[in-house]
Design a protein around this ligand. Structure first.
Ligand code: DGL
Length: 282
């Protein structure tokens, strides 16, 4: 419930979601930056990966999850911590829901155009994200002179979801998929999928140490903090409390807890199970 007007701020939790574990990169950044806030994270592991799916289907999932976060958990804002879902549904979510909705695409692009000094930059993401053209449009709007190489990296998400980050197989796949970005001599590469920061070591080995890897997780957390202060929805007792983190999965709970704790850290002790009651129309 929202606090009274005489007490400024908003004590409701922040809601966020991803198809699975990738959004935990954003959750980590949010917990560190806004430790007094409560957080509800929904990982739709029962239906991951989103990347190869048609965008209308991903948009349907994004609306269903946002409704769950807003109506059942009474969140004060929603972070779409998944590039594929943001590419599919950010605008329609903003039209439908009253709470602020923050995606990962614009914050990442802002950091990318600042990071490139040659004006040749790259973005990697899922097939859905790259084919949506969302990054091309966002970079063109932010910095029309930046030359952008956009590459889909099918297979990366599956490696992360298996907890495999720097094996020989990941390296072989990364070498093949990233070749066009190396040939184009990009000097900055945006990890346009929230799963990819877990593969940063391998991606950096393949791209070379001189290429700056940009992750949207920190930038998105800064954007959330800016919006919360501007809109006066920070937790009223943020200075003297440690927020709680609640994790919900639509897939296997044990798997989510084990891999999630490895990825996020000790805040992920337990996960709750959610079963969807409806699925998108065929
Ligand atoms: N982590 C997601 C993203 O940022 C999606 C991964 C997937 O489910 O394919 O795009």
């Amino acid at each position: 419930m929202r606090t009274t007007r005489s007490e400024p701020g908003d004590d409701r939790p922040i809601g966020m979601f991803d198809s699975g574990f990738g959004g935990l990169t954003v959750a980590r950044a949010l917990i560190d930056l806004l430790p007094g806030e409560d957080l509800i994270y929904l990982g739709d592991t029962g239906r991951y990966p989103y990347g190869p799916r048609e965008l209308p289907e991903v948009a349907w999932f994004a609306h269903q999850i946002t409704e769950e976060l807003v109506e059942r958990h009474n969140v004060k804002l929603v972070v779409v911590a998944c590039n594929t879902a943001a590419a599919a549904a950010l605008d329609s979510l903003r039209e439908r829901f009253d709470v602020p909705i923050i995606g990962v695409i614009e914050p990442g692009v802002r950091a990318l155009v600042q990071a490139t000094s040659t004006g040749r930059a790259g973005v990697i993401g899922t097939v859905g994200t790259i084919n949506s053209g969302a990054y091309r449009a966002a970079v063109a709007a932010a910095s029309p002179d930046t030359e952008l190489v956009s590459l889909a990296c099918p297979g990366f998400v599956e490696f992360v979801e298996r907890g495999e980050f720097d094996t020989e197989q990941v390296h072989v796949l990364a070498t093949a998929l990233l070749a066009p970005a190396r040939e184009a001599k990009v000097d900055a590469l945006l990890l346009g999928c929230t799963h990819y920061p877990y593969l940063a070591r391998t991606i950096s080995d393949v791209m070379g140490r001189d290429v700056v890897l940009v992750s949207s997780a920190d930038e998105t957390a800064f954007e959330v903090r800016r919006l919360m202060y501007d809109s006066d929805i920070v937790h009223p007792r943020r200075g003297d409390r440690r927020g709680t983190s609640t994790f919900i999965t639509t897939g296997d709970v044990n798997w989510f807890e084990e891999l999630g704790r490895r990825l996020l850290g000790p805040e992920l002790l337990r996960a709750e199970q959610l079963h969807w009651e409806s699925e998108p129309p065929q």
